[in-house]
Design a protein around this ligand. Structure first.
Ligand code: NAD
Ligand code: ZN
Length: 375
């Protein structure tokens, strides 16, 4: 009996005393207006040879823009313009890797992603897959990557996802939508130039910004929260409230949203996201709904889980005159609902963070269906 008690004690003390996760962070970051122009100087010492170029993966929204002209092309460097209309796929990553390997004798010196979460995730995934065999679909999951990635740089042009700072690259694969979560995923260098955010269409600005706001709410109310996550989450939330509810200039708002995204991303490193993300993954898997808007579509109906968060969200929507589309799930079949529910329920850590160990007692398939039906 005594022994059993001791064992239990040992077990429970282990639970509260670690082992703690040992996270990599982005080792170098520049913040500043016009800092994009430092890219050439930053890449120079990383260049391995004339046969090892820098490859720039750039959102094709910048085709023929002044930004393209500012890319510091050198030797055999190459710009690949990519549409962000669809979220990144494993097949797309594999094709990019094949193209690059066929064209050059050596591995690139650098992969530079310029764009939003879509391009940043593509850049991370391509950098990893240039140095790891097989399809990127094999690495969707946690800590499955064997070899370090090629040196990679992230330059966000829209803020909110936290992809610039995170340890994952979210890919839609043949079987699942899941990130390549690994120590090799984070960027080696990030350039935060708020001027690049100019030109983002208002609704997209709001949806991607709300991704950050929802990261904060889900992290700060989650059961995984610790002081590390809380410190970043609180700062990000404060910045989001200034950006979306305050009375500040557009320039100030860009600076602050860029930093909110960074802190929001840091906050969910240790903790996790929650109900909105788990359900939004289902929408995205079945209907291809984009991450930012998908989170908003779900979040508006989550007052039961995030009462204060939803009130503030509604205020933000109102202030910016945002009307979310309706009837997204109106004509879905039972099979389609079941697919979404299955994908969503598969996000176990998210549910556990949101609702604790007994989450499955609270969140049943019927419950999920009743929320999806409202969207
Ligand atoms: P995005 O990259 O999908 O881009 C959204 C739209 O904004 C696109 O049409 C794009 O062309 C446009 N755009 C971007 N910058 C612009 C600019 N400066 N001017 C004009 N238009 C511009 O947007 P996002 O919301 O940042 O990213 C969503 C993606 O991020 C999803 O694929 C999601 O899975 C991923 N994500 C990743 C993480 C992570 O940690 N890796 C976290 C959250 C989301
Ligand atoms: Zn998100």
């Amino acid at each position: 009996m005594e022994e059993k008690k001791e064992l239990q004690l040992e077990k429970s003390s282990k639970k509260t005393k670690g082992p703690y996760r040992n996270f990599p962070m982005v080792p170098r970051v520049v913040f500043g207006h016009g800092s994009f122009d430092q890219l050439g100087e930053i890449l120079m010492p990383r260049r391995n040879s004339d046969e090892a170029p820098a490859i720039y993966l750039v959102d094709d929204v910048f085709t023929d823009s002044a930004l393209i002209e500012r890319i510091p092309m050198h030797g055999k460097d190459k710009i690949i313009l990519i549409s962000a209309d669809k979220e990144p796929k494993t097949e797309q990553v594999d094709n990019l890797v094949t193209t690059i390997k066929e064209e050059y004798k050596e591995l690139p010196s650098a992969i530079v992603g310029i764009g939003g979460g879509t391009l940043l995730d593509l850049a991370k995934a391509v950098a990893i897959m240039l140095n790891n065999d097989g399809s990127s679909a094999l690495y969707q999951g946690w800590d499955l990557v064997h070899n370090p990635a090629v040196y990679h740089v992230g330059i966000p042009t829209i803020s909110g996802t936290g992809a610039e700072v995170s340890r994952t690259t979210v890919l839609l694969g043949p079987e699942k939508k899941l990130g390549i979560n690994s120590d090799y995923t984070p960027f080696d260098q990030v350039i935060l130039d708020p001027e690049l955010l100019q030109g983002v269409p208002k609704e997209q600005w709001f949806y991607t910004g709300m991704d950050c706001y929802i990261h904060c709410v889900e992290s700060l109310t989650g059961t995984y929260l610790n002081a590390f996550s809380e410190s970043y989450g609180e700062k990000a939330l404060e910045l989001c409230e200034e950006v979306f509810l305050g009375d500040i200039s557009d320039a100030e708002a860009r600076d602050k949203l860029m930093m909110a995204s960074w802190h929001g991303g840091m906050s969910i490193a240790y903790s996790q996201v929650g109900v909105a993300h788990a359900m939004s993954y289902g929408l995205s898997y079945l209907l291809g709904t984009r991450h930012g808007i998908g989170n908003c579509l779900v979040f508006q109906y989550l007052e039961e889980f995030y009462p204060e968060g939803v009130v503030v969200f509604n205020k933000m929507m109102k202030k910016h005159g945002i009307q979310l589309p309706k009837g997204i799930c109106a004509n879905l079949t039972d099979d389609q609902f079941n697919t979404m529910i299955k994908v969503s329920l598969g996000m176990v850590p998210l549910w556990e963070n949101a609702l604790g160990k007994d989450w499955a007692k609270v969140i049943t398939p019927e419950k999920l269906k009743s929320i999806y039906e409202k969207i």
